[in-house]
Design a protein around this ligand. Structure first.
Ligand SMILES: C[S@@+](CC[C@H](N)C(=O)[O-])C[C@H]1O[C@@H](n2cnc3c(N)ncnc32)[C@H](O)[C@@H]1O
Ligand code: SF4
Length: 311
């Protein structure tokens, strides 16, 4: 079988420093993860750096599942991947961790607040203490004031949060005082059950716009081709024993790719889940790919239109 031709500029890369987490959020597959909660060994982080950069790729996120600020060498990892961003639930963003982050070349930190309603927050971020998060986030905004680090405060769009606005978030965190901070909005998909809930929308086909748009390295070194494959149902290699080039040119990867192209999802359980409500029509799928490849601002606008269903 011929190796798959890939467009390296289109591939986004995620590296899961840890699959351990201090929360068990309602929208996240982490509480029922079908793989161990563990840290990536440091030698593997270093190998990942050589492999990812050696292939001319850039790292987008220092997570898949898990809370990256729990990783003891988070600052060393950022130094290896200065292009990568960090997303955090914010609950371990103490002054000391803040100081360590601000001493690295980190360009973007996303703090997932999701809701500023103290009654709704714990329904999304199970195990989280809203008052603590608000206090830590406000203190970090002050600590990072005037720093080139871009801070994104995430607001979640779901049925439970329809009455919260971006303006409410800006007021709550006094963003007028902090030029390096902004609010971003996000929706969640039902990764395990693929059904609509108060927290999730459902999938209608390949929401990534193509079979291979992501390369995600789990904490144990196994590699999947999609960031929605949280449990590792579609692994195509293992960084502990292989190079990324070997994985991408492997027979297994070519077979998976071909099966997807032929719409044969019998051996692709994660993809089958995404397609179970339809979306196999190529025209529909090409609309999804176009949306996926829009710049972030335009994508936000599309999301807002889609989210009218929550109203
Ligand atoms: C899995 S978390 C890992 C990093 C960190 N623990 C955090 O919460 O930011 C990364 C992002 O995934 C998002 N997320 C969780 N469950 C999701 C879902 N079912 N669909 C889409 N995004 C989800 C979270 O909102 C968060 O922004
Ligand atoms: S969303 Fe982040 S903080 Fe919440 S359980 Fe998932 S990995 Fe942990």
């Amino acid at each position: 079988m011929k190796p798959v031709k890939i467009n390296r500029r289109r591939i986004k890369v995620g590296l899961e420093l840890t699959s351990k987490c201090n929360l068990r959020c309602g929208m996240c597959p982490l509480p029922v993860l079908r793989r161990p909660y563990e840290d990536m060994e440091w030698w593997l982080v270093e190998k990942a750096e050589r492999e990812i950069h050696g292939m001319g790729l850039e790292l987008k996120w220092l997570h898949e599942m898990g809370e990256p600020l729990l990783y003891s060498r988070i600052d060393d990892a950022i130094r290896l991947f200065p292009e990568a961003s960090v997303s955090t639930n914010g609950l371990v963003l103490t002054e000391e961790i803040g100081k360590r982050l601000l001493a690295t070349p980190l360009k973007r930190l996303r703090i997932c607040i999701d809701s500023i309603n103290p009654e709704v927050y714990p329904q999304l971020r199970t195990g989280g203490d809203f008052n603590k998060l608000a206090e830590l986030t406000k203190a970090f905004l002050e600590q990072a004031k005037g720093h080139p680090l871009k801070i994104e405060l995430q607001k979640m769009r779901s049925r439970l949060t329809t009455d919260e606005t971006v303006a409410d978030f800006k007021r709550f965190f006094e963003l007028k005082k902090y030029e390096n901070a902004r609010i971003i909005e996000k929706t969640c998909e039902a990764l395990d059950v693929n059904e609509e809930t108060d927290l999730h929308g459902k999938f209608y086909g390949c929401m990534q716009g193509g079979f291979f748009t992501w390369l995600v390295v789990f904490a144990d070194g196994r590699v999947t081709h999609c960031c929605y494959d949280a449990h590792g149902d579609q692994i195509f290699g293992d960084l502990k024993t292989q190079s990324l080039e070997e994985m991408i040119s492997s027979e297994r990867f070519a077979k998976m790719h071909e099966a997807f192209a032929k719409n044969d999802l019998s051996e692709l359980p994660r993809c089958a889940e995404c397609f179970k409500h339809g979306g196999k029509d190529p025209a529909f799928n090409s609309i999804l790919s176009t949306v996926q490849n829009l710049p972030d601002g335009a994508k936000d606008l599309v999301r807002k239109v889609i989210d009218l269903r929550y109203k």
